[in-house]
Design a protein around this ligand. Sequence first.
Ligand code: SF4
Length: 362
Amino acid sequence: MEQTTVDMELSQEQELGRSNAEPLLSIEDLHVSFHTYAGEVHAVRGVTYSVGHGGSLAVVGESGCGKTVTVQTVMGLTPIPPGQIKGGRVIFNGQDLLRLSEKQMQSIRGKDIGMIFQDPMTGLNPTMTVGRQIAETVQRHHKISNREAMDKAVEMLSLVDIPNPQVRARQYPHQFSGGMRQRAMVAMALACEPLLLIADEPTTSLDVTIQSQILDLLQNLQERLGMTIVLISHNLGVVACLAKDIVVMYAGKVVEKGSSSDVFCNAAHPYTRALLRSVPRLDREIRGELASIPGTPPDLFQPPVGCAFAPRCKYAMKVCTKCDAQPIRIGDNHYVSCWLHHEANPNNPLKNQFENGGHTSD
Ligand code: SF4
C-alpha cells in the first residue's frame, strides 16, 4: 500500500481537515544556520518534506546542499552553537522534536528513530565487541538482562544476514569487513525496532558490489518490517530501487519532489535533469563520459537573490535572478520550484520533453 506522502501543502490541508493520514515525519519550513569566523552559513533555507508510516523517501543533492544538516536537526544532533535553528517545525509521531529537551531527545534517538551513518566506524566503538554494543543499545531503552540483550544482539545480526551471528557477536569491529560493519550498524539501528530509520549516505564508503548488497538489505528489511526509511544520498542512481518518493535539494532548499517515477521519468527542474544525466543508465548506450554539472554551488554565506541554480542553468531568465520560484504543483504529488513551469511562462522549453516522458536530452 502506498503510504508515503511528499505534499508541500500538507499542513494547509490538515488545517482544512482534508488529510486522513498524519505523516510519521513532517519537516516544515526548517531554517538552520551555522555561525563561523567567516560569517553565517545559511545551510538549510526553508526545507519542507514529509514521509508517511511505512514509506521510503530519498533526499538527494550535491554535498553541502543541506540534506545531512536537515536530518541531523531531526535527530537533535546539530551542534548548537555554532548551529542555530532559525525557524520551522519537525513533527515526528505527533510531537515537535524542536521543542524537546536533550533528555527527551535521548529517549527518542536510537529507540523511535534509528540512524545509520556513512562511515560505520563512526557509529561502532572499536574497544567493545559488536554484540555488546548492540546489547547496550537495547538496554539503554529497555529494562532487560545482559543475557536477554545479547540474545537480541545475535538475533539482530542474523536479521541482517551476518553468518555465524553467535560467533560474530563476540568479535570486535576490526574483525569485520567494511560491508559487515555496515550490516552491524543496520542491526544496531534496528535493535529497538524504531518507527523511522534514517540512513545518511550508508553505502558511500563501500565498493560497488557491497553497496548493492546493503541497499538490497535495506529494501528487504523495509518491506519485511514495514519500516519507514529516509535515505540521504548524493547519487540518484543509489536511491532508484529503494525510494518510493524523492526530494531533490539544492543550496539549502527543496527544488523538486515527487514519486520515484515522477523524478526519474518526468524530471522537471533543470538541476534534477542535470543530476540524472550524471547517473549511468543500463537502458542507454554509453557514447562518452557521463555529464557533470558545470559550475559550482553558490556560497551559502551570502545566498543569491532568486534561484540559486541560475548561474549554472542554461534556461535562466531575468525573473530567475530577481525572485525565487515558489513550489508549483505539476502532478498529483509532484512539485517543482522553477520559473520555467510557471503558468505565466507559455514558452517552457522543457514542456514538450516533459509531456513526452521528460527524458533528459537537454
Ligand atoms: Fe533555471 Fe530559472 Fe528554473 Fe532556476 S528558476 S532552474 S534559473 S529556469
